[in-house]
Design a protein around this ligand. Structure first.
Ligand SMILES: Nc1ncnc2c1ncn2[C@@H]1O[C@H](COP(=O)(O)OP(=O)(O)OP(=O)(O)O)[C@@H](O)[C@H]1O
Length: 265
């Protein structure tokens, strides 16, 4: 385990997939909900964002998704400024966001269809990505016929079939029971090893962040505290691929992050 510099601006990456430079957001004419957000994410990296409710974690994801505009600063994806939604960003929501009237395969096919890809290519993408999440056998079922964990796997397959530059995940496993959540964490790690997608992942669970992330960003502040949400500290997680949540290294890092999350100021 090692800890990076306190100041995120000291983290230097040259070929970032995703970059936030001094980004701030005001909703309407109100005060800044978050400000001074600097973060560079390398291709293939999984960065988790943790922090108290209201510090602006979802706002960060929604701005990179293009669902919300940023009020100041710059956000780039593969070097290009972000201003509106696009297929190069895939969003995985806590409540899955599948279309209930479409079958599993049709949900996954949606993005490639919107891109105008030929039918045979679309079919390949659907099969490939349903296999990736272990759901080939339920391709003709509908979302309501699946468990929560299976629906979230379909949502991940749907995003990845679009070959996004970055997958944005907002509390993706927050609605799942503890066992399923653990299984999904392990599946996500496997999927990342297979496809190497860049991921920005918001979670309330510090344990989940330490299990999954290459780096953990701690945000603090927020409108309810009278100061804009901002990055407090960034931790590198160098625990290897197979992480044991009961190991001393794991629990030490979890405790350090928890102290930072709960620290005042
Ligand atoms: N559409 C909106 N209009 C006005 N204020 C908003 C809007 N969306 C979010 N906010 C405010 O911006 C701040 C940051 O919200 P955000 O949802 O990003 O926080 P969060 O850290 O993700 O919180 P949580 O952990 O509870 O999901 C909050 O004070 C919230 O009330």
């Amino acid at each position: 385990m090692s800890i990076t510099a306190d100041s995120p601006s000291m983290t230097t990456q040259t070929t970032e997939a995703l970059s936030f430079t001094n980004v701030g957001k005001r909703y309407g004419e109100g005060p800044f909900a978050m400000q001074g957000f600097d973060l560079q994410v390398s291709p293939g990296e999984l960065v988790a964002i943790v922090g108290a409710s209201g510090c602006g974690k979802s706002t960060v994801l929604r701005m990179i998704a293009g669902f919300e505009s940023h009020s100041e600063g710059e956000i780039t994806l593969d070097g290009n400024p972000v201003s509106s939604p696009g297929p190069d960003r895939g969003f995985v929501f806590q409540d899955y966001g599948l279309f209930p009237w479409l079958s599993v395969a049709e949900n996954v096919e949606l993005g490639p269809k919107q891109k105008g890809l030929p039918r045979a290519h679309r079919r390949d993408l659907v099969e490939q990505h349903l296999d990736l999440v272990g759901l080939g056998r339920v391709r003709d079922k509908y979302p309501h016929q699946l468990s929560g964990g299976m629906q979230q796997r379909v949502a991940i397959a749907r995003v990845l079939a679009n070959r996004p530059t970055v997958m944005l995940m907002d509390e993706p496993f927050g609605a799942l029971d503890a066992l399923t959540r653990e299984q999904m964490q392990s599946d996500l790690s496997q999927i990342r090893r297979s496809v190497g997608t860049t991921v920005l992942f918001v979670t309330h669970s510090i344990e989940e962040a330490v299990r999954l992330a290459d780096r953990v960003v701690i945000m603090t502040g927020g409108l309810s505290q009278g100061i804009p949400g901002h990055i407090r500290r960034i931790f590198d997680v160098t625990l290897g691929l197979d992480r044991d949540p009961t190991s001393v290294e794991f629990t030490d890092l979890e405790r350090l992050i928890s102290q930072e999350v709960h620290a005042q100021g």
